[in-house]
Ligand binder design. Structure first.
Ligand code: ATP
Ligand code: MG
Length: 176
């Protein structure tokens, strides 16, 4: 392949340090500036509405989805979590294969794979079959080895220090 051939890259932001989701959102910000139509699927629904979700609603060029209502990793209803995860993955798959989004972020997808909700083979299959111009960014701790093996770019965030260790709680605008 010529070095000039456009190729969508698989990017993985993993590791225990803070910065994975925000790095991916930084790329989204950049892509929007280039007139692209990025898509974000968040495979986790926290307790709070995040700043990024609130802002995303004001950006017509951005597709921003969070997992189905009622989903939470704190839920005791595993089958409901699994179903929500699989529905979100089905939607993510559609967004990737449509070719309409030059950048697709699969935020916290690693958990969905590691919990066994979506087989890693299925993810690899969808990535391999995607239109060649589509960049995909996967975030989350403990990225599975088969995913790392096919990624063109892997960054591992290393936690040197985090305010949480001193009991400092998550900060509005910085953490969510
Ligand atoms: P961010 O969304 O800020 O980029 P992240 O995606 O790298 O963080 P996650 O593992 O998704 O991190 O965790 C999300 C939340 O957990 C964030 O509020 C973040 O501040 C916090 N967090 C991230 N890393 C650590 C850590 N090493 N210790 C404690 N809390 C952390
Ligand atoms: Mg994150």
């Amino acid at each position: 392949m010529s070095s000039k051939t456009p190729k969508g890259l698989l990017v993985v932001y993993t590791g225990d340090g803070k910065g994975k989701t925000t790095a991916a959102l930084g790329v989204v910000f950049r892509a929007l500036g280039r007139g692209m139509k990025p898509a974000v699927v968040q495979f986790i629904k926290g307790k709070w509405k995040t700043g990024e979700r609130t802002f995303a609603e004001t950006l017509p060029g951005l597709v921003f989805l969070t997992m189905g209502r009622g989903f939470t990793w704190e839920s005791e209803d595993i089958s409901r979590d699994k179903r929500a995860a699989q529905e979100a993955w089905a939607e993510a798959r559609r967004l990737i294969s449509s070719g309409e989004h030059e950048v697709v972020v699969l935020d916290e997808l690693t958990y969905v794979i590691n919990y066994g909700f979506v087989p890693v083979e299925e993810v690899l299959e969808a990535l391999a079959a995607r239109p060649s111009h589509v960049h995909v960014i996967v975030t989350g701790r403990s990225a599975p080895e088969p995913l790392l093996a096919v990624a063109e770019l892997v960054t591992e965030m290393k936690c040197v220090r985090h305010p949480y260790e001193k009991g400092i709680p998550a900060q509005v605008g910085l953490d969510f």
